[in-house]
Structure formats: structure tokens, C-alpha cells
Design a protein around this ligand. Structure first.
Ligand code: UDP
Ligand code: MG
Length: 345
């Protein structure tokens, strides 16, 4: 059983909802209504932290008003669009609750499911993820690619990343503190929670359609997320280079033997050209592909060694008490402790 009075002892809410926002003006009024209804029915105090990920519409104006008028609502404005995974990270860094729930803004992660997540958490699970059993109204392409992605990822990675699970989940304080100690840039949040272990459980839900607005995950963004997921959790593509190289050398050796025999027995004299071209283009293809794979990892290393902060906060609303305590550290995650700087103001 979890002691739900922990956070309240520190004057903090028990539950923190973290909601990334990128150009969601169409859905915000409805979202806020549903979130308020949710908070009212929870069994303990809660805060809702909205993270504006550099929206270019009126989302921010709406949210500032909300955060200024209701102490349960808080707003973190990032200085530009940092991407969904980083926005989630910024919100989790600021969460004060004993249980942190991450959910999408478009109500595809239904607020009511949060009750089920909390029930599981109270049974003693540190991480409770919501598994989509049905995806309504998403295009066939999206469903196919999503399903392919989860299956490829399962094959390629050594950590268990649960299937059909997005970022809709509840994490307890222990998991949250572990997460905060993971400074990697290339953030694939669901993989990071898979990696850390702890007692994990799933809650099933049917994923409805987006309540309003359009997806902020166009096809190419999903491909990028998929590649990041694989590259940051698997070195199989690198090892593939070894086996592909071996296989190609084997084939080349056989072709060599064949060439010698053809020359010895003078069968069909001048068809050397075709085979040469085939071999050369095949080999350069493999070469280029593998260079690309290595490039992905080298690029990852390059991004890590720069040790830049993960995100930059432009403005906070509703964090009055927390701001003093944060004193800039949390705003610039991922730096070595000695060189932390104040970043927001
Ligand atoms: N999002 C974000 N930054 C981005 C893209 C998306 O914070 O660069 C947020 C978005 O506002 C939403 C969540 O991430 O709350 C999931 O995005 P979306 O619903 O568009 O993705 P989908 O459900 O279509 O995969
Ligand atoms: Mg969505």
C-alpha cells in the first residue's frame, strides 16, 4: 500500500498531471474542463502541469489565464518547440506529486482512465502504463506503421518496451527520481521507463479519436521517433554491419571462384561487365547503408557530448512557491552539477 500522505506532508499535491501542449488551441477549453472534472473526483489533491512546447497559436494565452486563475493549474513555457518527449521531461522535472501521470492534450488519453492507473499504483506498482487495445479513427497507415514499429522495436532492443503503449502512464516517486537522473538527449521516454525496471503493470483502454485539432505527429516525425527509439536502445544495427559484411564477402568469394572457373574453361567470354557492375553497386550500397547506421550512432554521441541543457524555460506561471526551490537547476537539466546555470527569467 502506498502512503498517500507523503506529498501532502510536504505541502505538495499527491498527484501531478503532466500535459504537453503544441498548438492545441482547438482542444484546450474542452481539455481544461475534463481535467478539472477529473481532479475534482480524485481521492487526494492534484496539480495539472501544462508544458507549452513552443506553440505558435493562442494556446499559451489561454493557459496563462488558467494558470494565473486556479492554483491547481501550472504552466511551463519552453522557449521554442523542443519536441513531445522533451516537453514531457520538462513537466516531470517540475512535478511535485507522489504519482505523476503523463497524458496527451487531445483527450486521446481519456482522463477517466487515470482512476484505473491510480488504483494499480495503490496496489504497489511503481509504473502503470495504459495499453491501447483499440485505436479508433486513426488511418490505416498510422495503425500499420505503429504496429510494425512496436514489433521491430521488440526484436531490436534488449530492454522490454511494452507493446501498444504510448506515453500515457503513471509513475511513482521512485521511478520519477530515477528518470530525472537519466540525462540522455535522445529521449525515448517509454523505453527509459522500460529500462529502469520496478514493478510495472498495464491498464487497458480504448483509444478514442482526437477531440479536436490535427495530429502533431506527421509521418516523418513518427519515423524519427522510431529511429531514435531503436538507436538509443539497441546496438543491433551496428552489429548487423559485421554480419552483412561477412555475408557479402562470402558471396563475393563464391563469385570469385565462379569467375576463375569461367576463365579456366572459357565459357561465355565477355559477360564480365554485368557481374562487375552488380558486385560494385551491391557493395557500395551495403557500404553506404552501414556508414549511415554508424552515422546515426556517432550523431547521437555528438549530441550527448555537447552537454547542452535538455530544454530552456522561457516563463513559468503558477509555480510561485516552487520557483524559489527550483533556483534554475531544474530548468537546465542534463548538465554536470558544477556548471549549472540560471536559465530562465
Ligand atoms: N506535442 C508536443 N510537441 C510536439 C508534438 C506534439 O508537445 O512537437 C504534444 C501534443 O500537443 C499532444 C501530444 O504531444 O499533447 C501528442 O501529440 P499528438 O496527439 O498530435 O500525437 P498522436 O496522438 O497523433 O500520435
Ligand atoms: Mg493524439
Amino acid at each position: 500500500m502506498i502512503d498517500a500522505s507523503n506529498a501532502e506532508g510536504r505541502g505538495a499535491p499527491v498527484y501531478s498531471l503532466v500535459i504537453p501542449i503544441f498548438n492545441e488551441e482547438a482542444v484546450l477549453p474542452l481539455l481544461v474542463r475534463r481535467i478539472t472534472a477529473l481532479i475534482d473526483t480524485l481521492d487526494a489533491s492534484a496539480e495539472a502541469i501544462f508544458v507549452d512546447d513552443g506553440s505558435r497559436d493562442t494556446s499559451v494565452i489561454f493557459l496563462r489565464g488558467m494558470a494565473a486563475g486556479d492554483p491547481r493549474f501550472k504552466l511551463i513555457e519552453l522557449s521554442r518547440n523542443f519536441g513531445h518527449q522533451i516537453a514531457i521531461t520538462a513537466g516531470m522535472d517540475a512535478a511535485a506529486g507522489d504519482a505523476v501521470i503523463v497524458m496527451d492534450a487531445d483527450l486521446q488519453d481519456p482522463p477517466e482512465v487515470v482512476h484505473d492507473l491510480i488504483a494499480k499504483w495503490k496496489e504497489g506498482y511503481e509504473i502503470v502504463y495504459a495499453r491501447r487495445v483499440k485505436r479508433e479513427g486513426e488511418s490505416l497507415l498510422k495503425r500499420l506503421t505503429a504496429s510494425l514499429f512496436y514489433r521491430v522495436l521488440e526484436q531490436m532492443t534488449s530492454v522490454t518496451i511494452p507493446r501498444d503503449v504510448g506515453d500515457f502512464r503513471l509513475v511513482g516517486r521512485k521511478a520519477l527520481e530515477t528518470f530525472k537522473r537519466m540525462p540522455e538527449r535522445d529521449r525515448f521516454v517509454r523505453g527509459m521507463f522500460g529500462w529502469m525496471g520496478f514493478k510495472q503493470a498495464a491498464v487497458a483502454f480504448e483509444r478514442p479519436v482526437r477531440a479536436a485539432g490535427e495530429t502533431k505527429y506527421p509521418f516523418w516525425k513518427m519515423v524519427r521517433l522510431a529511429v531514435h527509439g531503436i538507436v538509443s536502445f539497441s546496438d543491433k544495427p551496428l552489429r548487423l554491419a559485421l554480419w552483412a559484411g561477412l555475408a557479402v564477402s562470402g558471396i563475393a568469394a563464391l563469385l570469385g571462384v565462379f569467375a576463375v572457373f569461367s576463365w579456366l574453361f572459357e565459357t561465355g567470354v565477355v559477360h564480365g561487365w554485368t557481374s562487375t557492375v552488380v558486385i560494385i553497386s551491391f557493395l557500395s550500397g551495403i557500404n553506404l547503408f552501414m556508414t549511415g547506421v554508424i552515422g546515426l550512432y556517432v550523431g547521437g554521441i555528438h549530441a550527448e557530448v555537447k552537454r547542452r541543457p535538455l530544454y530552456v524555460i522561457d516563463r513559468l506561471t503558477g509555480f510561485e512557491e516552487a520557483i524559489a526551490a527550483m533556483s534554475g537547476d531544474e530548468a537546465t537539466r542534463g548538465r554536470p552539477p558544477a556548471s549549472r546555470e540560471r536559465r530562465f527569467g
